[in-house]
Write a protein that binds this ligand. Sequence first.
Ligand code: GDP
Length: 297
Amino acid sequence: MAFEGLTERLQNAISKLRKKGKITESDVKEVMREIRLALLEADVNFKVVKDFVKTVRTRAVGSEVLESLTPAQQIVSIVNEELIKVMGDEATPLNKSPKIPTIIMMVGLQGAGKTTTAGKLALKLKNEENARPLMIAADVYRPAAVDQLKVVGESIDVPVFEMGTDVDPVEIVRRGLALGREKKNDYIIIDTAGRLQIDEKLMDELKNIKELAQPNEILLTIDAMTGQNAVEVAQGFNDQLDVTGVVLTKLDGDTRGGAALSVRTVTGKPIKFIGEGEKSTDLDVFYPDRMASRILG
Ligand code: GDP
């Protein structure tokens, strides 16, 4: 299960304090050392860990905590609050265009879950807003990506614009946008190509699509299972494309959780959705407070 190791280690660290009743500054120091190790082991970015530990420690050695009759409980609250803060405080809604269509561009490495997430998002908009999305298949490099999006589209009854795999993706997007505007689709979701790693050609193509489509939202899909690497990827895409939000996928797997805690601080961009399964309905809005509760167990 996701966060299993992190949850267990945080709980262990804090349960030692519970046995003590009143605590001293050196008890705080000891528990912070364990929390620091727990976070590092969960693949949380080094700098994020450092700042997090410093903030919690400063708050925890305050007289209110040390003199409290329930110091362990107070420290749990502080950790909880700081976890929420590090993940962005509040849920961040999807950016929408004041007039239709809202254009959403999906970007990310191959295998991160872009195509799947495009379908999940389309279904969510359909179910929750009665929206009429159109999806554009602009991933012409990955074998079968176009077909995959078509299959997804059929299963959720959302139209897919495609021109096969022999046409320039920018041209596909141009035509897809024109069709969406003509048909008055309220959302247009562009599925773009990924690579196994970030490369210049991929970025140039994505920049060209961005330039053309002027999307309201550029959602970077990252695979939570890839740990530290996920955060580097996020940084790379953000530097080049100035993304507007992140979708963290595969949180149903046994991810250690580092990406969830690092992405916001490292990129400054909010996690907007989380993917928790392979089905079209497995997409949820990201709530930092719920995630913090889940991490603390
Ligand atoms: P793309 O190359 O970025 O378009 O990635 P795909 O959408 O093809 O997804 C790659 C694989 O990850 C597929 O097998 C998906 O079913 C799977 N996948 C995507 N999102 C999730 C998720 O949230 N949880 C799980 N368990 N699998 C996912």
